[in-house]
Design a protein around this ligand. Structure first.
Ligand code: PLP
Length: 445
């Protein structure tokens, strides 16, 4: 097929995220419906990445599309100083589904801004400056959030925001604590965090920020008791807990928020992505009373021209209403346990390169290794170019078969839209089964 104008103009004028520009050849996406999208040549892909793990309701959900159209016909934009029905209703719905006493919403344009503002709120509320953030985390790409980020995307962007201190969260398969069980991993990770509090001076710590279920850095589901332990530790020292639910929230874990699974109430929740499936950019911070009261009389020193944009908020109202009416969370939990978990266990039996599978809801990781005993990663941490070739082969094998995968380092993540049918899930997992032969060829164990 000859190069289209869309492709030519992209290559001539679009500067892409995170990439060396010259060699890029992006697929030109022409359309999508539900869990599928297609390119301009009509090649269809089953989306096991939900784009960037934001497309929880799939492409072109008619209710969400209609809500945006109706809002566009009524009022496209309004300054944040005014009240507006779409924004008011979105805030009310989010407050209704938020855990505990979190009742107010500050809207942003996406996840990274949400985390910037959560940190700012925590520092003003406590009068302290340090923020504890985990290795193996992603919190966004603006100056503060990239400093919070515990993965290689931070390295070329340092030094950035002062006052960030790093800790290890639980990751039993590659334990930093030499733990031999999930339970021990959780206990030792908590003891480690407590020691970091002591060594840093707990009175200097404003907040702990964490992804309740770590997303891009490996779908790390915390052992039962870990998040509750972090909450208690924070309470003992007057430290705020910020849950970054940008990826884990709004159905991904089969809950409104991942923390709901463990009954933990953070002081601040940051969200984006699934709140409206990214149809119009939206993120935000949900505030508990301690933070809200700080700014009940004193002005909050922050704002955004598009805070609570009506098109984005109308999309959120529709998305949350659909999720509620169609009981999407219950469906996600069922699909995760009845379809994905058993099928991934089978993949692990069949493919020597599958070291571990883990996850919940529609939020899963397949960790690929060269040797199950040593757990040597299929490709090294942060591999690129030739070193990353085995993973590139797995991804290519998926795409050839019509599956769009999400890969990161030595892992394939299974993160399809929450509305994917059981049949399509089975189809995608069949394709993955075939594609993993490419990883087995590198197995040396
Ligand atoms: N936090 C988490 C956990 C994320 O996964 C992401 C994006 O992937 C972000 C924050 C940043 O969100 P955004 O890209 O909307 O700024």
């Amino acid at each position: 097929m000859p190069e289209s104008a869309a492709f030519r103009d992209d290559r001539a004028h679009v500067f892409h995220s995170w990439s060396a520009q010259r060699a890029l050849a992006p697929a030109v996406v022409a359309g999508g419906e539900g869990a599928w999208f297609w390119d301009e040549a009509g090649r269809r892909y089953l989306d096991f990445s939900s784009q960037l793990v934001n497309l929880n309701l799939g492409h072109q959900h008619p209710t969400v599309v209609r809500a945006i159209q109706e809002q566009a016909a009524t009022l496209c934009t309004v300054a944040p100083t005014f009240a507006n029905p779409a924004r008011s209703e979105a805030a009310r719905l989010i407050a209704e589904i938020a855990p505990g006493d979190l009742r107010h919403v500050f809207f942003t344009n996406g996840g990274t801004e949400a985390n910037e503002h959560a940190v700012r709120m925590a520092r003003h509320t406590t009068g302290r400056h340090k923020i504890l953030a985990a290795y193996r985390s992603y919190h966004g790409a603006t100056t503060g959030s990239i400093t919070l980020t515990g993965d290689p995307r931070r390295w070329p962007n340092e030094p950035a925001m002062p006052g960030v201190v790093r800790f290890f969260g639980p990751y039993a398969y590659r334990s930093a604590f030499h733990a031999s069980s999930e339970e021990q991993e959780g206990e030792r990770a908590l003891a480690h965090l407590e020691e970091v509090f002591t060594l840093e001076g707990a009175h200097t710590i404003a907040a702990v920020i964490l992804e309740p279920v770590v997303g891009t850095n490996g779908i790390l589901v915390p052992p039962d008791g870990y998040l509750r332990g972090v909450r208690e530790l924070c309470d003992r020292h007057g430290v705020l807990l910020i849950a970054d639910e940008v990826m884990s929230g709004f159905g991904r874990c089969g809950e409104w928020f991942a923390v709901d699974r463990w009954g933990v109430v953070p002081d601040l929740i940051t969200f984006a992505k699934g709140v409206n499936s990214g149809y119009v950019p939206l993120g935000g911070v949900v505030l508990g009373p301690r933070v809200y009261e700080t700014f009940a009389q004193a002005p909050y020193p922050g704002g955004l021209t598009y805070s609570g944009h009506p098109l984005a908020c109308a999309a959120a109202v529709a998305a949350i209403t659909v999720m509620r009416d169609e009981q999407v969370n219950a469906t996600v939990r069922r699909l995760g346990e009845e379809v994905v978990r058993p099928r991934l266990a089978k993949l692990q039996e069949r493919h020597p390169s599958v070291g571990e599978v883990r996850g919940l809801g529609l939020f899963w990781a397949i960790e690929l290794v060269r040797d199950r005993d040593t757990r040597e990663m299929l490709v090294p941490y942060n591999a690129s170019g030739a070193a990353a070739a085995p993973m590139a082969e797995v991804a290519a094998a998926c795409k050839e078969r019509g599956l769009w995968p999400f890969t990161h380092f030595n892992r394939v993540h299974v993160v399809p839209p929450c509305v994917t049918s059981a049949e399509d899930l089975a189809l995608g997992l069949d394709i993955l089964d075939d594609a993993l032969d490419a990883a087995d060829r590198y197995y040396t164990g």
